[in-house]
Design a protein around this ligand. Structure first.
Ligand SMILES: *Cc1c(COP(=O)(O)O)cnc(C)c1O
Length: 234
């Protein structure tokens, strides 16, 4: 961050934007059959989305993943100003029912983490007489995030619960991907396959940075690197 006063800022972080672009291309090449998104939650892991997100967008990153509605709103403004208004932004924390208007205002796609989330987002679509984009998180590992198995089975039996939703992805998050030898990974992969196999067809996404390096079986339709974009070794 050239020009910033190190004294006032309490220190200066030098971010090599060329290295960021190189890392993105490297990760996208590692999963050639999949769309390559970017996890930029927590202000791009503390490095600053205002600087980093436009570079990732230029390299083709889509969708972007943030944790909260506020992060999503900030990122939407950054991407719009940088000339990438159409990139998808997925908000990982299932927001409460009162947030629908904010999600729509900033064109954010919620990641739905429970059947209750599915129901209220569907209600938001119904009252607006439109279809709304959504991602649904399936708990197929130990993360305790996303729809548990009984809710997945309910959704499989009652697919009409998805009416009014434009389902952009089924996703799950690997808990142990940074331990390649960990048997939990293959168990998780098998559970994810089973889960999406009984649900209506939509793009599938499982791999974070470390998951990308577990091999092609983990790539599905979209990958979601975070730490490896920023030089961390998963
Ligand atoms: C943070 C996060 C990622 C990126 O994980 P890394 O290990 O940093 O690559 C991907 N998916 C989800 C759901 C996340 O929360």
């Amino acid at each position: 961050m050239a020009g910033r006063d190190a004294g006032a800022a309490g220190g200066v972080v030098d971010i090599d934007l060329d290295a960021l672009a190189w890392n993105y291309r490297r990760l996208a090449r590692e999963a050639p059959g999949a769309a390559c998104g970017a996890a930029v939650k927590a202000d791009a892991y503390g490095l600053g989305i205002a600087q980093l997100a436009p570079v990732l967008a230029r390299e083709g990153a889509d969708p972007f993943h943030v944790a909260t509605l506020d992060e999503g709103a900030e990122l939407r403004a950054v991407l719009r100003d940088a000339g990438y208004p159409d990139r998808a932004i997925y908000v990982l924390n299932g927001p409460g029912p009162d947030a629908a208007a904010d999600f729509l205002a900033h064109e954010l796609t919620p990641v739905l983490n429970s059947l209750a989330d599915v129901t209220w987002w569907r209600e938001a679509a119904r009252t607006r007489e439109t279809r709304l984009p959504a991602v649904i998180h399936l708990d197929t590992g130990m993360s305790r995030l996303g729809l548990p198995d009984d809710e997945q089975q309910r959704l499989a039996r009652e697919p009409e619960r998805l009416a009014g939703l434009d389902l952009r992805a089924w996703m799950s998050h690997l808990a142990c991907a940074d331990m390649p030898e960990h048997s939990e990974n293959s168990v998780h992969l098998a559970r994810f396959r089973t889960a999406v196999g009984r649900l209506p067809a939509a793009p599938r996404s499982l791999a974070n940075s470390a998951g990308i390096f577990l091999g092609q079986a983990y790539h599905f339709d979209a990958v979601r690197p975070g730490i490896a974009l920023y030089g961390g070794n998963p």
